[in-house]
Design a binder for this molecule. Structure first.
Ligand code: C5P
Length: 211
């Protein structure tokens, strides 16, 4: 029997990662945070002093991406966020990362989270979730994460950076952030992580059977 592929999409800091990781471990499936691919490409460009918005430089970085690049410790934070969103709007970068994502799930199935998993990478995924929350709530969560890491920032700056990145992800012509028509929408604005997980699990099990 084909192993299931679970697609989890949505805007930044909606709770996709926490949910995806837990679904993967509960269902015994490999997990891929596809945002790391774009972050690692952005970092490679910054390493060489290049401009993440330059299509040729970003495509070269995407084509030479190695799995170990995803283990770097500098893939989070405002500079990496912005570089990732820039390289992610370049069609040839997305094309270069497509095979990596499909190969990852081939054979064993997978849970993948990102922006276009259910719409572009795996339009035939076994189950699709669109995880979202209000901008105010997502900014508050990201700010709490940053504060826990002793990053000195204020909530208004975090909210404005997030608003700009969401707009860039939704407005780009290459694989924009869209809710798949057959996705289960989970608005976590007023939900804790446990409630979101239980709700997602019931939906996923209804699609893939009791794995
Ligand atoms: O999910 P995360 O916030 O780590 O993603 C960083 C950036 O990478 C996003 O703002 C988006 O521009 C890009 N991305 C994407 N497609 C994905 C995952 C991430 O375009 N599947």
């Amino acid at each position: 029997m084909m192993k299931p592929i679970i697609a989890i999409d949505g805007p930044a800091a909606a709770g996709k990662g926490t949910l995806a990781r837990r679904l993967a471990s509960t269902l015994g499936l490999p997990y891929l945070d596809t945002g790391l691919l774009y972050r690692a490409v952005g970092r490679r460009v910054l390493d060489t002093g290049g401009d993440p918005a330059d299509p040729a430089t970003a495509e070269d970085a995407a084509r030479s991406l190695r799995p170990e690049d995803l283990d770097r410790s500098d893939l989070r934070g405002p500079q990496a966020d912005a570089a990732a969103a820039s390289v992610a709007s370049i069609p040839n970068v997305r094309a270069a990362l497509l095979a990596f994502q499909r190969d990852f799930a081939a054979g064993n199935g997978a849970v993948l989270d990102g922006r276009d998993i259910g719409t572009v990478i795996f339009p035939d995924a076994s189950a699709k979730l669109f995880v979202t929350a209000s901008l105010t709530e997502r900014a508050r969560r990201r700010w709490l994460e940053l504060r826990a890491k002793d990053v000195d920032t204020d909530i208004a700056t975090v909210e404005e950076d997030m608003r700009q990145r969401d707009a860039k992800d939704a407005d780009r012509s290459a694989a924009p952030l869209r809710e798949a028509h057959d996705a289960y929408r989970l608005d976590t604005s007023e939900m804790d992580a446990e409630t979101a997980f239980q709700s997602a699990l019931v939906f996923v099990r209804s699609r893939i059977g009791g794995v």
